[in-house]
Design a protein around this ligand. Structure first.
Ligand SMILES: O=C(O)CCC(=O)C(=O)O
Length: 237
């Protein structure tokens, strides 16, 4: 399935407590930053959306603090991912960039990452993968990722700053992922953000792994290419 489609969904039950703790921490950090800037108490998604609508710079600052969450790093380092990568034949996985957290709000200014291949940004090992982990059940209405099955077998598409040019069209399929599962996809798989038309926030974690055991990567001298730093990620998309 993975070889043919370029993605699969893996159950990650052992990590659920950590994901729950991260979710709680998200509200705590938003709450601290909101109260310190004269805003309201934050207890739920509705409060976060309200914070975003009344003080976007401070809300974004809170997200940036969350990128430094130790919990986020401990999720990235959890054995469950080492085991999944092992099952895909990875020999020595390394993170290509720090783990990321996205907070996709149901607002008109949603940040849609248009059709792209992660490989175009990272150019890591040939077998590099992205792990996309939702912090709630994520279906089409919550903005599940859209994937184009099999496109990882077609090489790297012409693109402008990573976004594939419009002469190429794809048959996208919405890829719902439940809380307690992760979507694992080949970095050459074409995909894009889904639109969040629900009333809740779509929180998700992204991990990107390359393999130092990949001979093609070794022959290229293991370059660290990624153009997107955590800091620039949300400016680019
Ligand atoms: O979560 C999203 O909407 C987009 C994420 C994505 O495409 C990526 O991280 O490569």
């Amino acid at each position: 399935m993975y070889n043919e489609n370029g993605y699969f969904i893996a159950p990650i039950p052992n990590i659920v407590p950590l994901l729950e703790e991260l979710r709680a921490e998200i509200y705590e950090v938003f709450n601290i930053v909101s109260l310190s800037s004269g805003g309201n108490e934050i207890k739920n998604d509705f409060d976060v959306i309200n914070f975003r609508n009344t003080n976007q710079p401070k809300q974004h600052q809170a997200v940036k603090h969350l990128w430094g969450s130790a919990k986020l790093f401990s999720i990235a380092g959890h054995d469950v991912f080492a085991e999944i990568l092992d099952s895909l034949g990875f020999v020595r996985p390394v993170l290509e960039l720090p783990p990321l957290l996205r907070c996709d709000m149901p607002i008109k200014e949603q940040i849609i990452f248009e059709k792209h291949q992660d490989y175009a940004y990272n150019i890591g090992s040939d077998n590099s993968v992205t792990v996309w982990i939702p912090l709630q059940n994520t279906d089409e209405s919550t903005g599940a990722l859209l994937v184009a099955p099999g496109t990882h077998l077609k090489g790297v598409y012409p693109n402008k700053q990573g976004i594939i040019t419009d002469e190429f069209q794809f048959e996208f399929k919405s890829c719902p992922v439940n809380f307690g599962e992760a979507l694992i996809f080949n970095q050459k798989l074409v995909h894009q953000s889904g639109v969040n038309t629900s009333k809740q926030i779509r929180f998700s974690v992204q991990l990107r792994f390359s393999d130092l055991g990949c001979s093609q990567y070794a022959q290229r001298g293991y370059p660290i290419n990624h153009k997107l730093t955590t800091e620039s990620y949300f400016k680019e998309i």
